[in-house]
Ligand binder design. Structure first.
Ligand code: HEC
Length: 109
């Protein structure tokens, strides 16, 4: 009886370790709605949205943002110290990395 009890305890612990580890390894994918839109709206939309967006570039929708990344060197600009976007200075590295990750994961909605 005692043996069976400790065996089940060991199995239970293995189960805990396993689920904990696999949760840690699998990061959720970066998505537009959860991760990217909040960054863009915080750092870009006061200039790149509304009736007359700067440089005629409206970044307020998923499609527009994707197009700007594909056609307007957006990733280069957000990492360019000399001509940064936003104009005031580069965003924190972790935000820029997140946007790059989103692009590499193929623009998940
Ligand atoms: C304070 C206003 C302001 C903010 C905030 C701002 N921009 Fe801009 N953006 C401009 C202006 C003005 C231009 C045109 C002049 C230039 O290219 O430097 C521009 C140009 C750009 C261009 C080049 C467009 C083209 O037609 O080649 C991109 C890409 C861009 N911005 C992306 C962004 C992104 C992404 C953010 C947020 C991370 C951002 N901008 C934040 C004012 C802003």
């Amino acid at each position: 009886m005692i043996y069976a009890k400790s065996l089940s305890l060991i199995l239970f612990n293995l189960f805990l370790v396993y689920t904990f580890n696999s949760e840690k390894k699998e990061e959720p994918p970066v998505t537009y709605s959860k991760n990217i839109r909040p960054i863009i709206s915080q750092y870009c939309l006061n200039c790149h949205a509304g009736k007359r967006p700067k440089s005629k570039l409206d970044l307020s929708t998923y499609e527009n943002l994707k197009k700007a990344i594909e056609n307007k060197n957006l990733l280069l600009r957000i990492n360019n110290k000399k001509r940064p976007m936003p104009k005031g200075g580069l965003m924190p590295l972790e935000k820029r990395k997140l946007i790059e990750k989103w692009v590499n994961q193929e623009f998940k909605k």
